[in-house]
Ligand binder design. Sequence first.
Ligand SMILES: Nc1nc2c(c(=O)[nH]1)N[C@H]1C(S)=C(S)[C@@H](COP(=O)(O)O)O[C@H]1N2
Ligand SMILES: [Mo]
Length: 414
Amino acid sequence: MNEQEKDRKPGRHISRRILLGGAATAAVVLLKSSYGQVVQKAITQAELKISDPTKVLGPPPGEVGTRSKFEKPVKKTSDTSSRTPLQDLFGTITPSDLHYERHHAGVPVIDPNNYSLTIHGMVDKPLTFSLADLKRFPSVTRIFFLECSGNYRSGKETMTPQEICGLTSQSEWTGVMLSTLFREVGVKPKASWFLAEGSDAAVMTRSVPVSKGWEDAMIAYAQNGEAIRPEQGYPARLLLPGWEGNTSVKWLRRIELSDQPWMTREETSKYTEGVKDGKIRQFSFVMDARSIVTYPAYPQQIQKGWMEIRGIAWSGRGKIYKVEISTDGGRTWNTAKLQDPVLDKAHTAFRYLWEWKGGEAEILSRAIDETGYVQPTMKQLKEARGEDMGGYHLNPVTSWLVQRDGRVLFKPEN
Ligand SMILES: Nc1nc2c(c(=O)[nH]1)N[C@H]1C(S)=C(S)[C@@H](COP(=O)(O)O)O[C@H]1N2
Ligand SMILES: [Mo]
């Protein structure tokens, strides 16, 4: 028995940490002083001696809640992005502080009192809206995922779901439909494109077909029940459900209507991808269907017996229709159970009961959306788009290899 197991033995209430006299704060207790005042005192594990929570008054409520100190999900960061720990999450809403981030020039600080959004160009009545103006319009609340079109990594066996495809997250967004603002300014019938411009140091700009503006684009000022986070575009951002994350311009300050696209940097030198015969595809907005098993996955080690294979599936084209699971490397497929509600353009949780009897296994998931689109393998992607397809819009089926000892490794595609 190792040290940890010993600590978990019933009847053994004193942790190793206490025996070692660890000085970390164990609890905050409230004591009544001799004058009747309630005073707070932080006590250490060593002072506490016992780990029975029924014997100590717990800390009082705080102004903001905290995560259990035993849970430490973290984003994996680089200088320009951070990735959601998909393997640590349950359900489908990403806690706001774990939402992936992608900034081309950092997170700007914007005073909501100085914020404005101007809509001009091919409109009857150019207007500038303050944040308060935006909040006065009829609001909408909607759940959908965001995903960077560069959301794919591979190359080694020791990769987690977060490392492979953590550039996707899901929130409940609240804001005003862009169509509401389009009516307010009177978008001219001839206008077929609009430019969305951010007020970060990148002054990010993207051209978007006006039809998306009429259909389901929104200007969001809230995320998961509170003001949108600075990292997500505070105080307001454009959101284009199901489209590549880059088009959902954050810190949105300007929308201009026109009858042609602007050919900005983000839609010419970036966010384009090779297709066959040396051709380049541009304005590839829609995120195709994808899924990933988040349990079991690297770096977990499984035990023999029954378990729930779990994961998420999503599609920018609509609802997830079906998720299929294979545990034999793709020879046979079984239908996973989808967790209700299955929403349009939203992460959808799936589960599949499986008994691991020992021995090697290869677990795969494959998403099929309501349009009939089937998540491809890397081989199929290469066949369809050629070897020079670049790094955007890669949504291959992900495989996990279960070793004889139960360790799970990622199987890099080739
Ligand atoms: N103004 C502005 N908008 C932006 C970006 C940016 O750098 N500046 N990054 C884009 C990219 S590439 C993505 S994938 C998403 C990321 O949104 P998130 O950071 O809220 O996850 O925002 C997009 N909108
Ligand atoms: Mo992105």
